[in-house]
Design a binder for this molecule. Structure first.
Ligand SMILES: [Zn+2]
Length: 258
């Protein structure tokens, strides 16, 4: 059963990754994500279904538009593969849990938000608000299905705690911590809180740790200067996903456990 769920999630994840590419391109440009159908940003030609197969089409076309030859960034197949991998890991982890749909939605949304934040230094409300709503509804439904009211209450409290923690940092240093990060923190705390308070702390800690580590590495290697803005969303997202998948294992190494 676990193997079946994992494989199904990988296959679905490829298709969802293809949709995320549309979201990543259109949402920061304030375009609709449902209409018009996919077209080449170079020549406006509609992309036929055979050229829209995840990963495979990009390889067949060798990364160029069939009509005008405009390069198709490698980001497209990478997002599709990335989504398939994330969904596979989440499927494997939550194969026997009613919370599976909630965590699949989270993983897809965090991937899209991370790519958008890296390119535009922005965490669009058009993704963060629906994600918060979907998290509350899907985790609420999971709580009803498996009689886990206490997990749901802890999830909401975890969201509020994470929001409050980053809000304080935002007020201390508005340039260092954008309000977009504060709003995202509610969602991250919500999903981490469903699992436990240890996961809330671990996820946020890993986010800050990864951000500091890579921020320093970028400055040391002169890829960024101290004054450059480094988006924080992708690190928060990565820390949360690591804590969701490996949190219970990491926390059980800690003396006395939870
Ligand atoms: Zn084209």
């Amino acid at each position: 059963m676990q193997l079946f769920v994992t494989v199904a999630c990988v296959v679905l994840g490829l298709a969802v990754g293809s949709f995320l590419n549309v979201v990543i391109w259109r949402v920061p440009r304030h375009e609709s994500i449902v209409a018009p159908p996919s077209h080449c940003p170079g020549c406006d030609a509609l992309i036929s279904p055979r050229d829209n197969v995840p990963v495979f089409s990009w390889l067949v076309l060798r990364g160029r538009c069939r009509n005008c030859g405009e390069p198709i960034p490698i980001r497209y197949p990478m997002v599709e593969v990335g989504c398939a991998l994330l969904w596979g890991v989440i499927g494997y982890t939550f194969a026997d849990s009613w919370a599976l749909p909630a965590y699949l939605v989270l993983a897809a949304a965090l991937l899209a938000l991370s790519v958008i934040d890296l390119e535009h230094y922005l965490l669009p409300n058009r993704i963060v608000y629906p994600l918060a709503g979907a998290g509350l509804v899907l985790l609420g439904a999971a709580a009803l299905a498996q009689g886990a009211g206490d997990s749901f209450v802890r999830a909401v409290l975890g969201g509020l705690a994470a929001f409050g923690m980053l809000l304080v940092l935002h007020l201390v240093s508005p340039r260092g911590m954008g309000f977009g990060d504060v709003k995202l923190a509610f969602v991250l705390g919500l999903y981490l809180g469903w699992l436990g308070w240890g996961e809330v702390l671990l996820g946020l800690f890993l986010g800050f740790f990864l951000g500091a580590l890579i921020g320093v590495a970028l400055i040391v290697t002169h890829l960024r200067s101290r004054k450059d803005h480094v988006p924080f969303g992708p690190f928060l997202a990565a820390g949360t996903l690591i804590a969701i998948v490996w949190g219970p294992a990491i926390l059980s190494w800690y003396p006395q456990g939870r």
